[in-house]
Design a protein around this ligand. Sequence first.
Ligand SMILES: Nc1ncnc2c1ncn2[C@@H]1O[C@H](COP(=O)(O)OP(=O)(O)OP(=O)(O)O)[C@@H](O)[C@H]1O
Ligand SMILES: [Mg+2]
Length: 472
Amino acid sequence: MGKVLIVDDEQGMRRILSTNLRLDSHIPVEAPDASAAIALLAREEFDVVITDQKMPGGSGMDVLRAVQDADSRTSVIFLTAVGTMELAVESMRHGAFDFLTKPFVPDVVRATIRRACERTALLRENAVLKKTVRHLEGPDEILGDCAAIRSLRETIVRVARMNTTVLITGETGTGKELVARAVFRNSTRANGPFIPINCAAMTESLLESELFGHEKGAFTGADKPRAGLFETADGGTLFLDEIAEMSPTAQAKLLRVLANGEFQRVGSTIIRRVDVRVLAATHRQLRAQVEKGLFREDLYYRLAVIPIHLPPLRDRKEDIELLCKVLSEKIAGEIKMPNRPLSHTALRKLISYPFPGNIRELRNLLERALILGQSSDLQPEDFPLEPSRASAVLSSGECTVDQLVSYLPEQLDIRDWLNRLEKGLIERALDTAGGVQAEAARRLSLSRSDLGYKVSKYALNDKTGISKQDIS
Ligand SMILES: Nc1ncnc2c1ncn2[C@@H]1O[C@H](COP(=O)(O)OP(=O)(O)OP(=O)(O)O)[C@@H](O)[C@H]1O
Ligand SMILES: [Mg+2]
C-alpha cells in the first residue's frame, strides 16, 4: 500500500486509475497538470508518481525532474499514449521506474505500481539503516574494522555526550589525538573551543602559567596579567596531551579544577570558576606511574573516569590493508599526486612489520612511497623499513618470525643467513652468560656438547671462558 500521485490532464483517465489503485488499498492523489503535480511534490511525500507525458503547461519529464529534486526514492512510472522508443529510453535514463503505454491493461498497471511501492519502501528502509549504522559506527575518520576499533567508535559516541573526563592511552602514533578530537566533535560542546596542549613540551612553571594564567609580576618577565588556557577553554574542551609529564604542583591545581571547576592564576588570590571538559592522553602506563609515586593517585582516578586504550597497530594487523587503501587515497589528495594501489607483496611486507610508530609511521611510509615510488603500484622496495626502530621492538621480545623475516633482504643465500643467525644468537648468549658455556647452552635450550660443537664451528672459542661452573 502506498501514496500515489496520478498526473494526467484527462479527468477520465485519473478516475479509472484512482479506482484501480483503491482496489489495492493505495491512496491516490490526483493532479491535472505538471505544475499542480510539482506543487504537490514540494509539499507532500509520495511513494509512487504515475504520469502522462504530453500535458498542457509541462511534460511528464518535468514531473520526473521535480521528483528527483524532491525525493529521488519516489518511483516514477510513465503512462503515455506517445509511446516512442526515444521517450522510453530518455525517461528510464533519468531514473524512471517503468514506462507503460495507453490504452493500458489494468492488471499490468496495478502490478507495476505494487512493485514500484516495494522499491520505494526498500530504498527508504535502506537509507534509515545506513543512518543507524553510521550512528552506531560513530566517527568515520577513525579507520579500522577490527573488533577493538569498532567498539572504540561506539564508545566515542557514547562518552562524547557525557561531560566526564576521558583518559586516552596508547603507544605513540596510535591515534590518541584523533580520538580526543572525535570525542570533542561528537559532544554537545562541539561549537565551543577545543584547545590542545602538550604538557611535555614546556617547563614546569611555564606549563602552570599556560594552563592557569598569571598576574602581573607573578614571576620575572610577567609584565602583563594573562588568562590561561582553562579560561580560554571555558565552555569548551581542553585536551591535555602527555599528561604523565605534568609536575606535582600542576597536578594538584588540575585536581582542584576537575573537582569543582575552581583555580587561581599564578600569583593571584582570586578564585576563578570555569566550565571546561578535560580530555587527557598519555603514551605511558599511568597506573604504573602512580605506583612509582610519579603521578597522583587521586588525579589518576579523576582522569580515568572513562579510560580508552588504543591498541598498537601490530595487534590489529587485519586493519593494515584498509588503512593503506584509505590513507593512501587521502595522502595522494593532500600532496596532489595520483594514488597508486599497494601490490600484494608490499602489503605482505607491511603486515609482517611491527610498526613501532604505529599509524603515524604507516602514514609516513605511504607518503614517502607515493612520492618516491617508480612503478604503477607500490612495491616492497618503496617501503624501506627502519631496522633500528625495528630492532627496538625485536629486543622487547615482541617480534614474531614473520617480522624477523621482513627485515631480511628478499634475495639471499638461505644457508649463509641461517648460519649467520645461529652464530649471532650463540655469540649473544655467550656474552650475556659471561662466557659460561653451561649457562649459554641453557639459555639456548642446547646440550653442552651441541653448543661446544657450534662454538668450534663458528670459531667462537675466544668468547668462552673457563669458570667454576664449567669445570664442575
Ligand atoms: N584509526 C585511525 N584511522 C585513521 N588514521 C589514524 C588512526 N589512528 C591514527 N591515525 C592517524 O595517525 C596519525 C597519528 O595519530 P595521533 O596524532 O592521533 O596519534 P597519537 O596517539 O596522539 O600519537 P603521539 O603519542 O605520538 O602523540 C595521525 O595522522 C592520525 O590521523
Ligand atoms: Mg598525540
